[in-house]
Ligand binder design. Structure first.
Ligand code: PGA
Length: 251
């Protein structure tokens, strides 16, 4: 049976200035000199570095954005549309990251609209979902995650234009991770929800795990059932660390 091609994505969040291009250059060199990895590699730098990063012409590294507005253009001071991100050289846009849901009160309905905007611009969306610690302790992980998922995904989603990022909020930036069994269980529930909603194509969506992924735990997390890659925050800032995570997909 055909399987999704894994994606290892770095989310630099609000980190990075012009000097950070050196990390991209270093990552590109590592990808060339190390043995080939069976995955796609993506870095989502802050919006200020998208055009310059994509102009570096590093063929092994795709460039993405961390958010977009739901409309194409208009009177929205400070916002950036998916069309603009495409113009700047982005291939992917992360939408619905838990930090956006929390800091900017983003609802799953808004994330649905943003995801549609990403698709309309001809880009790929990485749609993030995940439970808080309180929700996990209350035993609500499945309800919360599947609830966010089904509302956040518009009907325009296909396995080509959409990646699902499962990121337990309590694991982000904390050094804590769920057990491999817990990751496999929730990824499998997401897989089932995708096939129920999108039919056969649901089997080909990439479902990537995020939350304290590092070189020392990447291999076992990436080996879990229905885990098709990683969404990496802190450990994506250093080329050597990120390359160590990509190593989970080296023979
Ligand atoms: P982390 O962040 O790897 O620093 O935990 C992951 C994310 O928020 O995407």
């Amino acid at each position: 049976m055909q399987k999704p091609h894994p994606l290892v994505a770095g989310n630099w969040k609000m980190n990075g200035v012009t000097a950070s291009h050196a990390e991209l250059e270093a990552l590109s060199t590592l990808l060339k000199t190390d043995s080939p990895a069976e995955c796609e590699v993506l870095i989502c730098p802050p919006a200020t570095l998208i055009a310059s990063s994509s102009n570096m012409g590093l063929s092994a590294i795709k460039i993405g954005a961390q958010d977009c507005h739901s409309e194409v253009s208009g009177a929205h001071t400070g916002d950036i549309s998916a069309v603009m991100l495409k113009d700047a050289g982005a291939d992917y846009v992360i939408v619905g990251h838990s930090e956006r849901r929390a800091d900017h009160d983003e609802s799953s309905d808004l994330i649905n609209a943003k995801t549609k905007a990403v698709h309309n611009a001809g880009l790929r969306a990485i749609v993030c979902v995940g439970e808080t610690d309180a929700e996990r302790v209350a035993g609500d992980t499945s309800t919360v995650v599947l609830g966010q998922l089904l509302v956040s995904l518009p009907d325009s989603c296909t396995s080509e234009n959409t990646v699902i990022g499962y990121e337990p909020v309590w694991a982000i930036g904390t050094g804590k991770t769920p057990t491999v069994e817990d990751v496999a269980d929730i990824h499998t529930e997401i897989r089932t929800a995708l096939t129920e909603r999108f039919g056969e194509d649901g089997a080909m969506f990439r479902i990537i795990y995020g939350g304290s992924v590092k070189p020392s735990n990447a291999k076992e997390l990436m080996a879990a059932l229905n885990v098709d890659g990683a969404l990496v925050g802190g450990a994506s800032l250093k080329a050597t660390d990120f390359n160590g995570i990509i190593a989970a997909y080296r023979a």
